[in-house]
Write a protein that binds this ligand. Sequence first.
Ligand code: RIB
Length: 314
Amino acid sequence: MATDVMVVGSLSMDLVLQVPRLPKIGETLAGKSFDTFVGGKGNNQALAAARAGASTAMLGKLGGDAYGEIVLASLKDNGVNCDNMLVDSTISTGIANIWVGPTGDNSIIIVANSNGRLSPQDIEAAATEISSAKTVLFQLEVPIETIIAAAAVAKRGNALVILNPAPAPPSGSLPEALLANIDLLVPNETEAELLTGISPVDEKSIEACALKLLAMGPKAVIITLGDRGAVYMSRSIEGTTKIQVPTYPVKVVDSTAAGDAFCGALASQLARGATIEEAMRYGCAAGALACTRAGAGPSLPMAADLEAMVSTKV
Ligand code: RIB
């Protein structure tokens, strides 16, 4: 049977400091706590999809160290198919240094390490698995040429191809060759602004931002807007379709991986034939729930928690 969700992307160990505020240049500041969590946007989205109930497979590259072993074990514990996972024993596993402030907001610095070695050749080697999945989900923490190759391979089959352009490329633009193969582009508000120059702050600017993204080539776009929910837009000869979904109010502890939770749950629902609106509701619920718990991997909600939240009125 076809895999519901195939994720191609990064895996990391998150080194997380709770901080009272950001330190000034040259200042030494006492943090409140230090923890390690499994993370990396690809890994988080695979865990989110699997926990939401989808059959999920992951393709990515780990280093030959203890962090890599922990990340791989966590994927397997969550039922993610790791047959295509790769290990490069000559390099360390990717890491992210995350500072979480008192309001749950974060600042993240990543070092790619093994994620930087996932190559277009690795994609070709897994072409059958990628092109036969129902949905394929990418982010931008592995080399861009690898994601271009993976989107092209995914399009050889019937896969719905979803790109979460995170982190947004420093150049502020994505290659046309990539966007032409994307069915659904899912940036957050910061990434959407970096890609378009338009800050999606109100109805008019959200619409202008989404239309500009659509003009770049993807078939449809969802902009996630944090506690303002998410907006979908697509264009066809019949006109423009717009769907707006609110999110669920929660007490934010740590917003790390909220966007990953949204993408994983969204992909999981779309693979099962949900409408875009239903899938966005699950995405918003997953993002909200992920904010209520510390860390990336451990914060991603299970299907029962999602069902319970989606069944409540916003
Ligand atoms: O999206 C959250 C993730 O971004 C963290 O888990 C961290 O690894 C960084 O990649």
